[in-house]
Design a protein around this ligand. Structure first.
Ligand code: FE2
Ligand code: FE2
Length: 211
C-alpha cells in the first residue's frame, strides 16, 4: 500500500470514529493508536491483507459489512417484533465493536526475511511478516482488554468483541467456551453480526496481497 493510501485510510478511519463514536475515552484511545503501528500494520502474516495498512483497511471493511448485515437483515425484524431480539443495536455499538475488534494485532507483526523455492527450484529470500506476541492472553480477549482500558463497553459491544472469531475460537464440543459463545449469541444480535462481518470481510473482500 502506498504512503498516500495509508494516510487516506487513516483519515477515513478517524472520520468514521468521529462520526459514529461519542463515547468517553475515544479521544484517549485514538491518541494511543497514534503511538502504535495500527495504521501501518498488516491484517495477518500470510492471509487476508497481509500488507502495510491491511489492519486498518480490514477493520473498516468489517464495519462496512456489519452495517450492511444489520441494515439489510436484522434491523427490520427487530423493529417488527419477529426477531428473538427486541432492542435495536446502535450504530455506535457496531462501530466500536468492528473498528476495535482486532486491536490485539497492534504491535505484533514484524517484517521478516523468509525463504522459498522459485520456479527453477532454487531457494530465494523474500520479505514477509512474522508475529511476535508479547502478551499471549488470547486473541479477542486481548482486544477486549485494550478497548476497556480506554472506554466503558455495554453488553453488546463486549460480547461482540470477545466472540468476533465466532466458531473459530470456541473450543471443543461441550467446552465452557462453546457454551459461552452460544449463550452470547442469544444475548446480543451484535455477536452474530460482527463475527459474520469479520468472516465475510476476511474471506470474500480481502485478498492475500503479499507472497
Ligand atoms: Fe480477529
Ligand atoms: Fe478481524
Amino acid at each position: 500500500m502506498t504512503e498516500n493510501a495509508i494516510n487516506q485510510q487513516k483519515e477515513q478511519f478517524l472520520s468514521l470514529c468521529r462520526q459514529y463514536i461519542k463515547r468517553a475515552g475515544i479521544d484517549e484511545l485514538l491518541a494511543w493508536l497514534d503511538t502504535t503501528d495500527f495504521y501501518r500494520a498488516p491484517s495477518s502474516t500470510r492471509f487476508h491483507l497481509n500488507e502495510e495498512g491491511g489492519l486498518c483497511r480490514h477493520v473498516m471493511n468489517v464495519f462496512d459489512t456489519a452495517m450492511k448485515i444489520y441494515k439489510n437483515c436484522a434491523e427490520e425484524p427487530i423493529a417488527a417484533g419477529t426477531s428473538p431480539f427486541t432492542k435495536p443495536v446502535s450504530e455506535e455499538s457496531i462501530a466500536i465493536a468492528c473498528l476495535f475488534h482486532d486491536l490485539c494485532k497492534v504491535g505484533v507483526y514484524r517484517r521478516a526475511e523468509k525463504f522459498r523455492k522459485n520456479d527453477k527450484g532454487q531457494w530465494e529470500t523474500y520479505l514477509s511478516w512474522e508475529m511476535q506476541e508479547s502478551f499471549p492472553i488470547g486473541h479477542a480477549e486481548k482486544s477486549l482488554m485494550i478497548v476497556r482500558k480506554y472506554m466503558e463497553l455495554n453488553l453488546d459491544e463486549a460480547l461482540a468483541i470477545r466472540w468476533h472469531m465466532g466458531m473459530f475460537d470456541v473450543g471443543e464440543s461441550g467446552s465452557f467456551n462453546r457454551r459461552a459463545f452460544y449463550d452470547a449469541t442469544e444475548l446480543s444480535p451484535l455477536v452474530c453480526i460482527v463475527s459474520s462481518a469479520d468472516f465475510v470481510a476476511s474471506k470474500c473482500l480481502e485478498k492475500t496481497t503479499e507472497y
